[in-house]
Design a binder for this molecule. Structure first.
Ligand code: HEM
Length: 362
């Protein structure tokens, strides 16, 4: 989790996350919890009866207005505090390259910054949208590996044949098409455990028609991502975790030809239209590399032979309920590989962690 959060913070704000107790991460965690609860579909009556928003917060037996005020403050902190930090760094002349810095430079003229609220909201949204979601996919990957040792060992065989425990994989291996089973496994994680099962609700701006149904303007539309992932017309035995469904027979999978490969979950798990997830490529790549690096060096097994249940939390963003698993290093070569990146990571983080002003990526 820390790696994903740190990655987003560096890309968006050039902010070096210190540790789990980092104050900006704490701000973001509470805001994310509020965001997930407040945007859950079908839970808030006010979404269906908008006039209720005029009920005063002191009105007895109505908690949503008081909650909304509390949660708004949390979301404001998420947008303002990291932005203020970057502005301070810019003023001191020590800001690292980041999206916020780029936008501030783009929209500053003669000492005046335009669109500051838009910059705050869009960079805050990237953190809000990105931190919890990819983490959920990676947890689901671990859960799937505990439950499906056969898929795990097939992915490990593919990695071992290519890498011979001499190096970690990189995206170049992926581009070269050298790890088809791992690609299929990543697709199956996204499909088997949709992170945002009912998407973020959309509203139609004008009247529309879909398969003969009239959809009036201003209708709330809740895309059923979970339903698509479990559609047995698209996916045979949809509840089963089976990466082979995305491979041809020639690749050791289920499909006669490439044309028979079912819909890639990339095209529905990240939402639709102009609000489609802007972080989808980063998310998919992060899930892929997390799976590849973990399986190269660790065996993921049940903890004390306890098989975890497949249970997910509620909220617009779902996670597997906490479960235990056991990670065992896959031998001496794997241990040496882990130690080699441990050294790289210390050098890398050391550069930025000392006083927050070091040189990223050196
Ligand atoms: C497995 C990981 C992820 C999943 C499953 C996911 C899924 C989604 C979904 C379903 C939406 C709603 C799209 C819609 O309205 O139809 C969304 C929106 C969004 N996502 Fe992601 N996402 C993931 C990772 C990320 C990452 C890594 C980032 C950024 C670094 C990100 C940033 C955003 C933002 C900013 C929005 C709001 C876009 C808008 O409303 O215009 N997401 N995501």
């Amino acid at each position: 989790m820390s790696v994903i959060v740190a990655l987003i913070k560096v890309l968006v704000d050039g902010y070096p996350v210190q540790d789990k107790a980092d104050p900006l991460i704490a701000v973001a965690d509470v805001a994310m919890d509020a965001f997930s609860k407040s945007s859950e579909s079908g839970v808030w009556l006010v979404d269906f009866v908008p006039i209720l928003k005029y009920i005063p917060p002191w009105f007895p037996f109505v908690s949503f207005r008081r909650l909304a005020i509390k949660w708004k403050k949390m979301v404001d902190d998420l947008n303002n505090k990291p932005h203020d930090w970057v502005m301070e760094q810019i003023a001191k002349g020590i800001a690292q390259p980041s999206l916020t810095k780029t936008l501030v430079n783009m929209y500053s003229k003669s000492g005046t910054l335009s669109f500051e609220d838009d910059i705050k909201l869009s960079t805050g949204a990237l953190y809000a949208g990105g931190s919890d979601t990819t983490v959920s996919s990676i947890y689901s990957f671990f859960l799937a590996m505990v439950l499906h040792p056969e898929a795990q060992s097939r992915a490990q065989k593919e990695l071992d044949a290519l890498l011979r425990n001499e190096r970690f994989t990189s995206f170049r291996d992926r581009q070269a098409g050298n790890l088809p089973y791992l690609d299929a496994l990543t697709k199956e994680v996204l499909r088997w455990a949709p992170v945002v099962p009912t998407d973020i609700p959309h509203v139609t701006r004008k009247e529309d028609e879909y398969r003969g149904w009239r959809i009036p303007a201003e209708s709330l539309v809740i895309p059923n991502i979970w339903g698509i992932s479990r559609d047995d017309k698209l996916y045979k035995d949809p509840h089963t975790f089976r990466p082979e469904r995305f491979l041809t027979k020639a690749q050791g999978g289920d499909c006669e030809t490439e044309d028979d490969i079912p819909l890639d979950p990339f095209f529905f798990c990240f939402g639709y239209g102009r609000r489609v997830c802007p972080g989808r490529n980063l998310a998919e790549l992060s899930t892929w590399i997390a799976a590849a690096m973990t399986l190269s060096v660790f065996d993921i097994r049940p903890y004390n032979d306890e098989i975890p249940k497949v249970e997910y939390s509620r909220g617009v963003i779902t996670h597997p309920e906490p479960f235990k698993c056991s990670l065992t290093v896959r031998g001496l070569k794997a241990e040496a590989l882990i130690r080699s990146i441990e050294v790289d990571a210390i050098v890398y983080m050391g550069d930025i962690a000392e006083d927050g002003t070091g040189h990223l990526g050196s």
